[in-house]
Write a protein that binds this ligand. Structure first.
Ligand code: NAD
Ligand code: UDP
Length: 334
């Protein structure tokens, strides 16, 4: 990917996480300096290890809840700090609510003080278990405020409201991106999300844990496409919210079969209970992203999964290392 540099110096909260580290890569490649602020509660030094020697990159290990202090000019604040997987935000329930509220407030204060563009990493989870399909930005959602996912959903809904208030009352130049399920290299294998779980299980020939009957759907976007969408919103004057996601929707069972095929694995499917409030359908309407940002995803599910599997094969437990089936192998007669 190559971006024309619109910004000189960005603060990325959550920059040592999956998405934040890829965004940092893209910003640095565009000529922008990056200050990564992260408490490493779900992120890791490995995600940014390749950047630590770059003089244009700095890492501040601190909690966004305690205030975000950065010296010098800043013209972009990308606020990603938050646990993001259901396993992580369930374990860190109060921390998730606090970073969504106090952490977002601190990130907005920083943007206001520096006169920087602010982008909130919101989520398709603001639509809850949606009653409208696909989900368009004007849909208000169907969230259980005291349910199993409420710490995350309500934190992000509050964060959106706070962002809108800072934009309208204090003139902060803000944008809200509603990110749909994104996958790719650097997802933690113990993160609990479906793609790293299935890939790890398939590589080890372990049972693939399908929650419920596996008919619930998700629409998976490869990380490079999501990063491109977020940076396009950052470079635009729009507040949004704007959905960024890939409308190629499939059931969880279909996903298990696709990954099993690409890994050439003998894993059986094992059905576990469906977590409470697990959304039954999820698919973004991305007309607004297309209209405002000229954005559409470009990486197919097969390509994205192959790249992700290749990364997991290299970076995970050597006992389960295995090469994914290459696209060329498909055309080889058996
Ligand atoms: P991740 O867990 O890999 O990254 C989150 C990062 O935030 C981690 O590095 C973590 O250590 C850091 N963090 C958490 N709380 C913090 C705090 N209080 N102070 C400082 N740092 C803190 O998850 P991700 O998938 O990269 O998600 C990044 C952001 O994007 C999150 O805000 C998430 O809600 C949003 N998002 C992601 C997806 C997705 O599919 N990946 C979908 C929707 C929204
Ligand atoms: N899921 C699954 N097996 C797993 C992990 C997740 O079947 O090992 C299901 C989960 O219940 C949900 C979907 O896959 O229906 C996506 O889960 P994920 O945690 O990746 O993200 P979500 O969209 O639920 O936030």
């Amino acid at each position: 990917m190559s971006y024309k540099s619109t910004f000189q110096r960005a603060v990325v909260t959550g920059g040592a996480g999956f998405l934040g580290s890829h965004l940092s890569d893209a910003l640095l490649a565009s000529g922008c300096e990056v200050v990564c602020v992260d408490n490493l509660c779900t992120g890791s030094r490995e995600n940014i290890g390749h950047l630590l020697g770059d003089p244009r990159f700095s890492f501040v290990r601190s909690d966004a809840i305690d205030g975000i202090h950065v010296d010098g000019p800043v013209d972009l604040v990308l606020h990603l700090a938050s646990p993001a997987s259901p396993v992580a935000y369930t374990r860190l329930a109060i921390e998730t609510l606090r970073v969504g509220s106090e952490g977002t407030s601190n990130a907005l204060e920083l943007a206001g003080e520096k006169g920087a563009r602010f982008i909130l990493a919101s989520t398709s989870e603001v639509y809850g278990d949606p009653l409208q399909h696909p989900q368009v930005e004007s849909y208000w959602g169907n969230v259980n405020p005291v349910g199993e996912r409420s710490m995350y959903d309500e934190a992000k809904r509050f964060a959106e409201a706070l962002t809108v208030a800072h934009a309208s009352r204090r003139g902060v130049d803000a944008g809200i991106v509603r990110i749909f399920n994104t996958y790719g290299p650097r997802l933690r294998s113990g993160d609990g999300r479906v793609v790293p779980n299935f890939i790890r299980q398939a590589l080890a020939d372990d049972p693939m844990t399908v929650h419920g009957d596996g008919t619930q759907t998700r629409s998976l976007c490869y990380v490079d496409d999501t990063v491109d969408g977020i940076l396009r919103l950052a470079a635009s004057p729009h507040l949004g919210p704007v959905n960024i996601g890939n409308p190629e929707e499939l059931t969880v069972t279909e996903l298990a079969h696709r990954i099993r095929e690409l890994v050439v694995s003998a894993s059986p499917l094992r059905h576990l209970g469906l977590p409470a409030d697990d959304p039954k359908f999820r698919c973004p309407d991305i007309s607004l992203a297309d209209e405002l940002l000229g954005w559409k995803p470009s990486v197919s599910l097969e390509d994205g999964l192959l790249r992700t599997i290749a990364w997991f094969s290299k970076n995970q437990d050597p006992a389960v290392t295995r090469l994914p089936r290459g696209p060329k192998e498909e055309s080889v007669p058996s």
